[in-house]
Ligand binder design. Structure first.
Ligand code: ADP
Ligand code: MG
Length: 338
């Protein structure tokens, strides 16, 4: 065979293979788009663990109707435009890959209305092909509905785990996002049942209570730490409150949930001998830093990042946690009305 360029659809399906691993990836991408659009209320509705329906409703700025087909074009984004922006990423998205990837492997309708445009639009695209585009009016914001995920990628469909497992992945990603964006009110509804609700009042300890229960939230201590490059806040559990894995520790770098072994290790090391072997703390660590120190362009799903000055950050975290538990009286921080 001679060399030839792949069709857009095939290229998008290949990208989808990296970006959209499972229903939870769709939820993550759609909710991140809603956050980037400045939404203050985001409702996620899933049916059959996202296999039959994933719907994200936001009250963000919406998309100009003429731009909607572009939103489904690969490498088209409103979030960055030059090299400088790429090294100073403030938004969750920037690759312009999520919507075209999702549309290549499912049936998507997007209904969006902006403040200024005279009319909104209802756009329907399936398997990467536009089905229809009709004027539609709604309140400001965007509703994206994804049906029949992986209908044309049978291997991916087979690879999905039991619905219960897929749903717990969705819940997990939504929990982390809710912990990060405490100023956004979230609801998550699965097959008609509410599985997460936050009120968007900015109180992180209250979000911890919404997710893990009041008992857990009451056994948290607030942490703060700072050096020239990093600012750390958050909540960590008293040494008596532990779990058998690190999954209950949420690390947020500039608002983005990440997996980073050295950071979570630093948290654990900060507890020193106060933790039993094989036990892990719960909590949320918010790390804020100059975006120049963070390379998020490492992983298609942006779950891993490259951090400059990682050793310095680890030392700061260890210190912060240590000093938090230095005093004798390990009394949880004051809270009200959790
Ligand atoms: P990225 O988020 O990397 O820019 P996406 O494919 O996720 O790429 O989205 C493409 C574009 O569509 C975004 O840059 C944004 O302009 C627009 N968009 C997507 N979802 C929304 C939304 N919920 N509200 C407003 N604009 C959106
Ligand atoms: Mg996006």
């Amino acid at each position: 065979m001679r060399i030839h360029e792949l069709s857009n659809l095939l290229a998008n399906q290949i990208a989808a293979g990296e970006v959209i691993e499972r229903p939870a990836s769709v939820v993550k991408e759609l909710v991140e788009n809603a956050i980037d659009a400045g939404a203050t209320q985001i409702d996620v509705i899933v049916e059959e663990a996202g296999e039959s329906l994933i719907r994200v409703v936001d009250n963000g700025e919406g998309i100009n109707p003429e731009d909607v087909p572009l939103a489904f074009t690969r490498h088209a984004t409103s979030k960055i435009s030059n090299r400088h922006d790429l090294f100073n990423i403030m938004s969750l998205g920037f690759r312009g890959e999520a919507l075209p990837s999702i549309a290549a492997i499912s049936d998507v309708t997007l209904n969006t209305t902006t403040q200024d445009a005279p009319s909104g639009i209802m756009y329907h695209i399936k398997g990467g092909k536009q089905v229809s585009a009709t004027p539609a009016n709604g309140r400001r914001g965007t509703v994206v509905s994804v049906r029949d995920l992986f209908y044309n990628t049978p291997a991916r469909l087979k690879y999905l785990k039991r619905p219960q497992t897929e749903l717990s992945r969705i819940a997990d990603i939504m929990n982390r996002i809710a912990l990060s964006y405490t100023n956004v009110a979230f609801t998550v509804t699965a097959d008609g049942r509410n599985i997460l609700q936050t009120n968007g009042d900015g109180n992180q300890q209250r979000v911890i209570a919404a997710i893990y229960g009041r008992d857990v939230a009451q056994k948290m201590r607030a942490i703060t730490g700072e050096d020239d490059d990093f600012n750390i806040t958050g909540f960590v559990s008293l040494p008596e409150l532990t779990r058998g894995s690190r999954d209950y520790l949420t690390i947020l770098v500039n608002g983005r949930f990440i997996k980073n072994f050295s950071v979570s290790n630093a948290v654990i090391r900060g507890y020193g001998s106060k933790l039993m072997v094989g036990r892990f703390p719960m909590g949320v660590i918010n790390i804020n830093t100059d975006p120049l120190l963070v390379d998020v362009n490492v992983h298609p799903q942006k779950a891993e990042i490259r951090l400059s000055k990682e050793a310095e950050l680890s030392a700061l975290i260890i210190d912060t946690i240590k000093s938090c538990f230095a005093d004798e009286n390990l009394i949880p921080d004051a809270y009200e009305n959790l």
